[in-house]
Design a protein around this ligand. Sequence first.
Ligand code: SF4
Length: 167
Amino acid sequence: MADEKCCGAAAQDEKSAGCETIAIEKTGNTCPLCEDYAASQASKPVAVMSCEGACLRGEVARRAANILCHELAPEKTARICLGAAFTKDTGQRNLVRKAPRVVALEGCFIECASRMMRGAIPGLEVHVIAADKLYEFDRDLFGVDEMSEEEMTSHARTVAESVAEQL
Ligand code: SF4
């Protein structure tokens, strides 16, 4: 049976099937480069995270987030390092926690990035974007080795441009 105390946002979601509790090993390690980056991004109004999927859908979402944050809207968006934001309560998580708006570019309908961060920050409001709904491709494909580099980058740009228009 689901433990409603384990994930605030999911517990509030009537459609939620519940949640699972995962103990994340703490680390005393801190990356000064990452902390400096987080501090430099703190004034930006939109935190952008992406799933880090190893499949082509995840790869396209990840590339799209990079194009959006580093090329199309660098003054508005802060690119979040999902692993750091999820696994430890330091600068990256603070960026997500304090951003006026949080966008998640999800590779697919499993929506890993937003589900993870709602677990880390209960009640977090996330604008979830299913990246694979924003470009046309053969939906039977799965792996990054099943699509060319050029096509993945082209799809990522399509996604990034679409999201940039919504900012
Ligand atoms: S959202 Fe989809 S593509 Fe991204 S990590 Fe999760 S399962 Fe993989």
